[in-house]
Design a protein around this ligand. Structure first.
Ligand code: PSV
Ligand code: MN
Ligand code: MN
Length: 387
Protein backbone atom coordinates (compact mmCIF):
# COMPACT_ATOMS: atom_id res chain seq x y z
CA UNK A 1 0.00 0.00 0.00
CA UNK A 2 1.17 3.50 -0.81
CA UNK A 3 2.56 5.56 2.05
CA UNK A 4 0.26 8.33 0.83
CA UNK A 5 -3.16 7.68 2.33
CA UNK A 6 -6.37 8.59 0.46
CA UNK A 7 -6.78 11.58 2.85
CA UNK A 8 -3.31 12.84 1.97
CA UNK A 9 -3.94 12.34 -1.76
CA UNK A 10 -7.19 14.28 -1.54
CA UNK A 11 -5.25 17.24 -0.13
CA UNK A 12 -2.50 16.92 -2.70
CA UNK A 13 -4.96 16.76 -5.55
CA UNK A 14 -6.41 20.13 -4.52
CA UNK A 15 -3.02 21.84 -4.31
CA UNK A 16 -2.39 24.74 -6.67
CA UNK A 17 0.64 26.95 -7.00
CA UNK A 18 0.68 30.20 -8.96
CA UNK A 19 3.59 30.87 -11.31
CA UNK A 20 5.11 34.33 -11.83
CA UNK A 21 5.13 35.50 -15.46
CA UNK A 22 8.58 37.01 -14.87
CA UNK A 23 10.09 33.59 -14.14
CA UNK A 24 9.82 32.85 -17.87
CA UNK A 25 11.61 36.02 -18.94
CA UNK A 26 15.33 36.60 -18.80
CA UNK A 27 16.75 37.81 -15.54
CA UNK A 28 20.11 38.17 -13.94
CA UNK A 29 22.13 40.07 -11.41
CA UNK A 30 23.33 43.66 -11.60
CA UNK A 31 26.41 42.23 -13.33
CA UNK A 32 24.74 40.63 -16.33
CA UNK A 33 21.48 39.31 -17.68
CA UNK A 34 22.15 36.18 -19.72
CA UNK A 35 19.82 35.41 -22.59
CA UNK A 36 18.22 32.02 -23.18
CA UNK A 37 17.11 30.94 -26.67
CA UNK A 38 13.34 30.78 -26.90
CA UNK A 39 12.68 33.27 -24.10
CA UNK A 40 9.19 34.77 -24.42
CA UNK A 41 8.95 38.06 -26.28
CA UNK A 42 5.57 39.04 -24.87
CA UNK A 43 3.06 38.09 -22.15
CA UNK A 44 1.30 35.64 -24.48
CA UNK A 45 4.45 33.57 -24.86
CA UNK A 46 5.03 33.67 -21.11
CA UNK A 47 1.56 32.22 -20.57
CA UNK A 48 2.21 29.52 -23.17
CA UNK A 49 5.35 28.50 -21.27
CA UNK A 50 3.58 28.57 -17.92
CA UNK A 51 0.88 26.30 -19.36
CA UNK A 52 3.59 23.70 -20.02
CA UNK A 53 4.29 23.53 -16.29
CA UNK A 54 0.64 22.90 -15.56
CA UNK A 55 0.32 20.39 -18.38
CA UNK A 56 3.09 18.21 -16.94
CA UNK A 57 2.26 18.55 -13.25
CA UNK A 58 -1.41 19.61 -12.83
CA UNK A 59 -0.07 21.84 -10.06
CA UNK A 60 0.06 25.31 -11.57
CA UNK A 61 -3.29 26.48 -12.93
CA UNK A 62 -2.65 30.22 -12.65
CA UNK A 63 -0.07 32.82 -13.59
CA UNK A 64 0.69 36.11 -11.83
CA UNK A 65 1.30 39.18 -13.98
CA UNK A 66 3.53 42.20 -13.42
CA UNK A 67 2.37 45.63 -14.54
CA UNK A 68 3.63 47.34 -16.68
CA UNK A 69 5.90 44.49 -17.85
CA UNK A 70 2.89 42.45 -18.99
CA UNK A 71 0.78 45.27 -20.46
CA UNK A 72 -1.32 44.02 -23.38
CA UNK A 73 -4.92 43.45 -24.35
CA UNK A 74 -6.04 41.62 -21.24
CA UNK A 75 -9.22 40.24 -22.81
CA UNK A 76 -7.05 38.52 -25.42
CA UNK A 77 -4.53 37.38 -22.81
CA UNK A 78 -7.29 35.97 -20.64
CA UNK A 79 -8.69 34.02 -23.58
CA UNK A 80 -5.21 32.79 -24.53
CA UNK A 81 -4.70 31.55 -20.96
CA UNK A 82 -8.08 29.85 -20.80
CA UNK A 83 -7.51 28.16 -24.16
CA UNK A 84 -4.36 26.66 -22.66
CA UNK A 85 -6.11 25.52 -19.49
CA UNK A 86 -4.71 28.15 -17.12
CA UNK A 87 -5.96 31.46 -15.74
CA UNK A 88 -4.53 34.87 -14.89
CA UNK A 89 -3.80 35.39 -11.21
CA UNK A 90 -2.29 38.00 -8.93
CA UNK A 91 -1.46 41.41 -10.34
CA UNK A 92 1.88 42.78 -9.14
CA UNK A 93 2.41 46.52 -9.18
CA UNK A 94 5.74 48.12 -10.02
CA UNK A 95 6.94 51.32 -8.42
CA UNK A 96 10.62 50.57 -8.67
CA UNK A 97 11.63 51.38 -12.23
CA UNK A 98 10.58 54.98 -12.63
CA UNK A 99 12.89 57.95 -12.19
CA UNK A 100 10.25 59.74 -10.10
CA UNK A 101 10.46 57.04 -7.44
CA UNK A 102 14.12 57.57 -6.56
CA UNK A 103 13.18 58.68 -3.04
CA UNK A 104 9.98 56.72 -2.63
CA UNK A 105 6.59 56.19 -4.22
CA UNK A 106 3.70 55.61 -1.81
CA UNK A 107 5.80 57.18 0.96
CA UNK A 108 7.32 60.04 -1.05
CA UNK A 109 7.46 63.53 0.50
CA UNK A 110 5.88 65.04 -2.62
CA UNK A 111 2.13 64.53 -2.89
CA UNK A 112 2.36 64.57 -6.71
CA UNK A 113 4.70 61.58 -6.72
CA UNK A 114 2.49 59.75 -4.23
CA UNK A 115 -0.50 60.48 -6.46
CA UNK A 116 1.33 59.04 -9.47
CA UNK A 117 2.15 55.85 -7.52
CA UNK A 118 -1.43 55.58 -6.24
CA UNK A 119 -2.75 56.03 -9.78
CA UNK A 120 -0.51 53.20 -10.95
CA UNK A 121 -2.18 50.95 -8.37
CA UNK A 122 -5.63 52.10 -9.48
CA UNK A 123 -4.62 51.12 -13.01
CA UNK A 124 -3.58 47.72 -11.65
CA UNK A 125 -7.06 47.34 -10.15
CA UNK A 126 -8.53 48.07 -13.59
CA UNK A 127 -6.29 45.34 -14.97
CA UNK A 128 -7.61 43.01 -12.25
CA UNK A 129 -11.16 43.76 -13.39
CA UNK A 130 -10.20 42.76 -16.93
CA UNK A 131 -8.22 39.65 -15.99
CA UNK A 132 -10.60 38.46 -13.29
CA UNK A 133 -7.79 38.54 -10.73
CA UNK A 134 -8.51 38.64 -7.04
CA UNK A 135 -5.24 39.91 -5.58
CA UNK A 136 -3.20 43.06 -5.95
CA UNK A 137 0.29 42.41 -4.65
CA UNK A 138 2.31 45.38 -3.49
CA UNK A 139 6.02 45.20 -2.93
CA UNK A 140 7.63 48.56 -2.26
CA UNK A 141 11.23 49.37 -3.05
CA UNK A 142 11.16 52.28 -0.63
CA UNK A 143 13.39 53.31 2.23
CA UNK A 144 16.66 55.10 2.87
CA UNK A 145 20.36 54.38 2.74
CA UNK A 146 21.74 56.52 5.55
CA UNK A 147 20.74 57.19 9.14
CA UNK A 148 19.04 60.55 9.37
CA UNK A 149 18.25 60.61 5.64
CA UNK A 150 14.50 60.17 6.04
CA UNK A 151 11.77 60.69 8.59
CA UNK A 152 10.84 57.04 9.02
CA UNK A 153 7.75 57.80 11.07
CA UNK A 154 6.29 60.33 8.63
CA UNK A 155 6.83 57.79 5.87
CA UNK A 156 4.73 55.22 7.76
CA UNK A 157 1.93 57.78 8.03
CA UNK A 158 2.10 58.59 4.33
CA UNK A 159 2.18 54.89 3.53
CA UNK A 160 -1.01 54.39 5.47
CA UNK A 161 -2.67 57.27 3.65
CA UNK A 162 -1.63 56.02 0.21
CA UNK A 163 -2.61 52.43 0.94
CA UNK A 164 -6.01 53.59 2.24
CA UNK A 165 -6.73 55.30 -1.09
CA UNK A 166 -5.77 52.14 -3.00
CA UNK A 167 -7.74 49.94 -0.62
CA UNK A 168 -10.86 52.05 -1.12
CA UNK A 169 -10.76 51.29 -4.85
CA UNK A 170 -10.81 47.49 -4.40
CA UNK A 171 -13.91 45.63 -5.51
CA UNK A 172 -15.86 43.48 -3.06
CA UNK A 173 -14.07 40.32 -4.12
CA UNK A 174 -10.65 41.86 -4.50
CA UNK A 175 -7.82 41.95 -1.98
CA UNK A 176 -4.56 43.73 -1.40
CA UNK A 177 -1.53 41.80 -0.18
CA UNK A 178 1.42 43.76 1.19
CA UNK A 179 4.82 42.17 0.90
CA UNK A 180 7.69 42.92 3.26
CA UNK A 181 11.43 42.80 2.72
CA UNK A 182 14.10 43.80 5.18
CA UNK A 183 16.58 45.35 2.75
CA UNK A 184 17.29 46.19 -0.89
CA UNK A 185 17.22 48.37 -2.85
CA UNK A 186 17.40 50.48 0.31
CA UNK A 187 20.09 49.38 2.69
CA UNK A 188 19.55 51.32 5.91
CA UNK A 189 15.80 51.21 6.35
CA UNK A 190 12.96 49.77 4.31
CA UNK A 191 9.44 51.15 4.75
CA UNK A 192 7.89 47.66 4.98
CA UNK A 193 10.78 45.60 6.36
CA UNK A 194 9.03 42.88 8.32
CA UNK A 195 5.79 41.02 8.92
CA UNK A 196 4.98 43.23 11.92
CA UNK A 197 4.99 46.37 9.79
CA UNK A 198 3.05 44.71 7.00
CA UNK A 199 0.55 43.38 9.54
CA UNK A 200 0.17 46.78 11.19
CA UNK A 201 -0.44 48.48 7.86
CA UNK A 202 -2.91 45.91 6.53
CA UNK A 203 -4.75 45.60 9.84
CA UNK A 204 -5.39 49.35 9.70
CA UNK A 205 -6.94 48.97 6.25
CA UNK A 206 -9.46 46.22 6.83
CA UNK A 207 -10.42 42.65 6.03
CA UNK A 208 -9.49 42.73 2.38
CA UNK A 209 -5.86 43.52 3.15
CA UNK A 210 -3.46 40.73 4.05
CA UNK A 211 0.25 40.06 4.44
CA UNK A 212 2.38 38.49 1.70
CA UNK A 213 5.27 36.41 3.00
CA UNK A 214 8.17 36.05 0.58
CA UNK A 215 10.42 33.31 1.94
CA UNK A 216 13.54 35.05 0.62
CA UNK A 217 12.92 38.33 2.42
CA UNK A 218 14.14 37.52 5.92
CA UNK A 219 17.45 37.88 7.69
CA UNK A 220 19.51 34.67 7.87
CA UNK A 221 18.44 32.48 10.77
CA UNK A 222 14.89 33.88 10.94
CA UNK A 223 12.35 31.31 12.07
CA UNK A 224 10.03 31.77 9.09
CA UNK A 225 7.67 28.99 10.12
CA UNK A 226 6.96 30.90 13.33
CA UNK A 227 5.81 33.87 11.25
CA UNK A 228 3.65 31.54 9.14
CA UNK A 229 2.09 30.16 12.30
CA UNK A 230 1.45 33.62 13.72
CA UNK A 231 -0.07 35.09 10.55
CA UNK A 232 -2.34 32.09 10.10
CA UNK A 233 -3.34 32.38 13.73
CA UNK A 234 -4.22 36.04 13.14
CA UNK A 235 -6.06 35.25 9.88
CA UNK A 236 -3.76 37.61 7.96
CA UNK A 237 -1.62 35.34 5.81
CA UNK A 238 -2.81 36.31 2.34
CA UNK A 239 -0.10 34.82 0.19
CA UNK A 240 3.29 33.24 -0.12
CA UNK A 241 6.05 34.12 -2.53
CA UNK A 242 8.12 30.94 -2.51
CA UNK A 243 11.78 30.85 -3.46
CA UNK A 244 14.99 30.02 -1.69
CA UNK A 245 18.07 31.89 -0.72
CA UNK A 246 21.59 31.28 0.40
CA UNK A 247 22.63 34.89 0.92
CA UNK A 248 20.36 37.73 -0.14
CA UNK A 249 17.17 37.95 -2.22
CA UNK A 250 18.52 35.11 -4.36
CA UNK A 251 15.15 34.05 -5.86
CA UNK A 252 16.45 30.52 -6.37
CA UNK A 253 14.28 27.44 -6.78
CA UNK A 254 12.09 26.88 -3.72
CA UNK A 255 13.37 24.05 -1.56
CA UNK A 256 16.77 24.10 -3.25
CA UNK A 257 18.73 25.87 -0.53
CA UNK A 258 17.01 24.43 2.52
CA UNK A 259 14.44 21.68 1.94
CA UNK A 260 14.02 21.21 5.69
CA UNK A 261 12.96 24.83 6.08
CA UNK A 262 10.36 24.36 3.35
CA UNK A 263 9.10 21.28 5.20
CA UNK A 264 8.85 23.22 8.47
CA UNK A 265 6.95 26.03 6.75
CA UNK A 266 4.54 23.62 5.09
CA UNK A 267 4.00 21.78 8.34
CA UNK A 268 2.83 25.05 9.94
CA UNK A 269 0.63 25.67 6.89
CA UNK A 270 -1.01 22.27 7.40
CA UNK A 271 -1.18 22.72 11.18
CA UNK A 272 -2.70 26.19 10.81
CA UNK A 273 -5.37 25.24 8.27
CA UNK A 274 -3.63 27.12 5.48
CA UNK A 275 -3.35 24.27 2.99
CA UNK A 276 -5.86 24.52 0.15
CA UNK A 277 -7.41 27.41 2.01
CA UNK A 278 -8.71 29.90 -0.58
CA UNK A 279 -7.58 32.79 1.64
CA UNK A 280 -3.94 31.77 1.26
CA UNK A 281 -2.40 32.04 -2.21
CA UNK A 282 0.68 29.93 -2.90
CA UNK A 283 2.89 31.62 -5.44
CA UNK A 284 6.41 31.29 -6.66
CA UNK A 285 8.58 34.38 -6.92
CA UNK A 286 11.68 33.17 -8.66
CA UNK A 287 14.09 34.02 -11.42
CA UNK A 288 16.03 31.51 -13.46
CA UNK A 289 19.22 33.30 -14.39
CA UNK A 290 21.27 30.38 -15.69
CA UNK A 291 19.00 27.32 -15.78
CA UNK A 292 16.21 26.70 -18.29
CA UNK A 293 13.12 28.46 -17.07
CA UNK A 294 10.29 26.00 -17.71
CA UNK A 295 12.11 23.03 -16.12
CA UNK A 296 13.10 25.41 -13.30
CA UNK A 297 9.43 26.06 -12.64
CA UNK A 298 8.51 22.36 -12.96
CA UNK A 299 11.22 21.48 -10.42
CA UNK A 300 9.88 24.21 -8.11
CA UNK A 301 6.25 23.10 -8.04
CA UNK A 302 7.37 19.49 -7.56
CA UNK A 303 9.54 20.55 -4.61
CA UNK A 304 6.52 22.21 -3.01
CA UNK A 305 4.37 19.15 -3.68
CA UNK A 306 6.96 16.77 -2.22
CA UNK A 307 7.40 18.80 0.95
CA UNK A 308 3.64 19.18 1.31
CA UNK A 309 3.30 15.40 1.12
CA UNK A 310 5.96 15.00 3.80
CA UNK A 311 4.29 17.64 5.98
CA UNK A 312 0.99 15.76 5.64
CA UNK A 313 2.77 12.59 6.73
CA UNK A 314 3.55 13.96 10.18
CA UNK A 315 1.68 11.81 12.68
CA UNK A 316 -0.10 14.72 14.37
CA UNK A 317 -1.63 12.56 17.11
CA UNK A 318 1.70 11.03 18.07
CA UNK A 319 3.27 14.48 17.90
CA UNK A 320 0.63 16.01 20.18
CA UNK A 321 0.99 13.15 22.66
CA UNK A 322 4.77 13.53 22.78
CA UNK A 323 4.45 17.31 23.07
CA UNK A 324 2.03 17.17 25.98
CA UNK A 325 4.22 14.59 27.74
CA UNK A 326 7.18 16.95 27.26
CA UNK A 327 8.89 14.15 25.45
CA UNK A 328 11.43 16.34 23.72
CA UNK A 329 13.22 13.71 21.68
CA UNK A 330 10.05 11.71 21.01
CA UNK A 331 8.30 14.73 19.52
CA UNK A 332 11.32 15.63 17.46
CA UNK A 333 11.55 12.03 16.19
CA UNK A 334 7.91 12.05 15.01
CA UNK A 335 8.59 15.29 13.14
CA UNK A 336 11.86 14.07 11.59
CA UNK A 337 10.39 10.70 10.57
CA UNK A 338 8.03 12.49 8.21
CA UNK A 339 10.74 14.79 6.90
CA UNK A 340 13.04 11.87 6.10
CA UNK A 341 10.35 9.89 4.23
CA UNK A 342 11.04 9.74 0.52
CA UNK A 343 7.65 10.38 -1.08
CA UNK A 344 8.90 10.57 -4.66
CA UNK A 345 8.11 6.98 -5.76
CA UNK A 346 4.59 7.21 -4.29
CA UNK A 347 3.99 10.56 -5.99
CA UNK A 348 5.25 9.21 -9.32
CA UNK A 349 2.91 6.26 -9.13
CA UNK A 350 -0.02 8.52 -8.17
CA UNK A 351 0.71 10.85 -11.07
CA UNK A 352 0.63 7.98 -13.51
CA UNK A 353 -2.70 6.83 -12.17
CA UNK A 354 -4.06 10.29 -12.95
CA UNK A 355 -2.77 10.28 -16.51
CA UNK A 356 0.16 12.56 -15.74
CA UNK A 357 3.81 11.77 -16.45
CA UNK A 358 5.46 9.86 -13.60
CA UNK A 359 8.51 12.07 -14.10
CA UNK A 360 7.38 15.52 -15.27
CA UNK A 361 10.97 16.76 -15.70
CA UNK A 362 11.81 13.90 -18.06
CA UNK A 363 8.50 14.17 -19.90
CA UNK A 364 9.02 17.87 -20.53
CA UNK A 365 12.60 17.31 -21.69
CA UNK A 366 11.39 14.61 -24.10
CA UNK A 367 8.62 16.82 -25.47
CA UNK A 368 10.99 18.91 -27.59
CA UNK A 369 9.22 22.14 -26.50
CA UNK A 370 12.45 24.00 -25.66
CA UNK A 371 13.95 23.31 -29.09
CA UNK A 372 10.69 24.33 -30.72
CA UNK A 373 10.48 27.72 -28.99
CA UNK A 374 14.18 28.36 -29.59
CA UNK A 375 13.54 27.91 -33.32
CA UNK A 376 10.29 29.86 -33.41
CA UNK A 377 11.00 32.82 -31.18
CA UNK A 378 13.62 34.76 -33.03
CA UNK A 379 13.64 38.53 -33.18
CA UNK A 380 11.89 40.93 -30.88
CA UNK A 381 12.96 41.83 -27.39
CA UNK A 382 13.10 39.11 -24.83
CA UNK A 383 10.95 40.08 -21.89
CA UNK A 384 12.21 40.09 -18.33
CA UNK A 385 13.58 42.02 -15.37
CA UNK A 386 14.99 45.30 -16.51
CA UNK A 387 12.81 45.19 -19.60
C1 PSV B 1 11.89 42.17 -5.26
O1 PSV B 1 12.43 41.80 -4.02
C2 PSV B 1 10.86 41.17 -5.65
O2 PSV B 1 11.55 39.93 -5.69
C3 PSV B 1 9.68 41.11 -4.68
O3 PSV B 1 9.80 39.92 -3.94
C4 PSV B 1 8.46 41.07 -5.56
O4 PSV B 1 7.52 40.15 -5.14
C5 PSV B 1 9.06 40.70 -6.88
O5 PSV B 1 10.31 41.37 -6.89
C6 PSV B 1 8.28 41.13 -8.05
O6 PSV B 1 7.98 42.50 -8.00
MN1 MN C 1 8.30 38.52 -3.76
MN1 MN D 1 12.24 39.48 -3.70
Amino acid sequence: MSILTPEILTELEKQSIELPSWAFGNSGTRFRVFGTPGTPRDPFEKISDAAQVHKHTALAPSVALHIPWDMCDFGDLRKHAEDLGVRLGTINSNTFQDEDYKFGALTHEDAAVRRKAIDHHLECIEVMDATGSRDLKIWLAEGSNYPGQADMRARQDRLHESLSTIYAALGDDQRLVLEYKFFEPSFYHTDVPDWGTSYTQVAALGEKAMVCLDTGHHAPGTNIEFIVMQLLRLGKLGSFDFNSRFYADDDLIVGAADPFQLFRILFEVVRGGGLNNPDVAFMLDQCHNIEDKIPGQIRSVLNVQEMTARALLVDREALAAAQSANDVLGANAVFMDAFYTDVRPALAEWRERRGLPADPMAAFAASGYLAQIAAERVGGTQAGWGA
